[in-house]
Design a protein. Sequence first.
Length: 318
Amino acid sequence: MAELETLKQELKKINAEYAGIRDVPAEKRAEFGREINARKQEILAKIAAAEKAAMDVDVTPIDITAPTAPNETLPEVYPQSFGSKHPLMQEIDRVTEIYQMMGFDVMESRQLDDEFHMFDSLNFAKEHPARDGYDTFRTEEGLIPPAHTSTMQHRALKKYKHNLDEGKAIAVVIPGRVHRNEDVDATHEHTFYQCEGVYVSENCNMGNMLGILREFFEKYYGQKLNIRTQPGYFPFTEPSLEFMIEKPKTLGGKKGDFLEMLGCGMIHPNVLKMAGIDPTKYHGFAWGGGMDRLVMLKYGLDDVRYFESGNLNFLKEF
Ligand code: DAH
């Protein structure tokens, strides 16, 4: 390598020398040029040879099929212990499975999204203070790690719009990773998971939505539940609700212990319109809520920070 560098320096010197041809008397220029060119060719040949030699280094191929135990030394521990699915991923599978049994399709959300899908497509007016409720991060290019899975609503509506033309409903759930600019504590994480649901048909209503949500939560917790709603506000639903369940006795709840599980509502006509769906003909409802909270209740966990901690003792309990 050092040799290659020296040769390249020499080539530079020769080129600089050649620039001096202007000062050489006319009758001597031809000879001057020939002499410099000969040296230049010699150096170029040496550079080519050195470059080739650098590439011919003997490389031992890696066996990409070899068993590995990244945290331990082979071969004592062979056969090694394999990793396992993260508890949140296991639960996401369970959640989507329940919705699939009810006829829902599943889409994946994105880890980076844009201003249009995060706000505009969801009927957030420009400069509206509701945007501040979703204080997330931005890349230098202006992309957004989504603050909720609702960023996928517009895509889901467009992707499945053909269902409506075929006389069927749009029914899709979208789990995904989301981010918020939070002061982290036992109940707040900057990185967590949500699951979004979107349903559109010619004649659906809020009662259908509450039925679907009740069915989901009762399947997930494996028991009958008391549910309750209270008014909420989201720019992309009208009316908007907060959906609550009474914490079951078996999970340490007392009577009247209602927990807010998700936000939901009838999809705002502007959101349908922006996706090319006629809001005078079709109606829809949507919901979205935290996966972490759902799972914490199921397993009686008291600190959301376990999920992102990578703590093996915690992970091994699942
Ligand atoms: N995206 C909202 C949030 O994270 C939750 C939500 C509310 C989702 C209403 C919806 C909805 O789909 O219709 O706070």
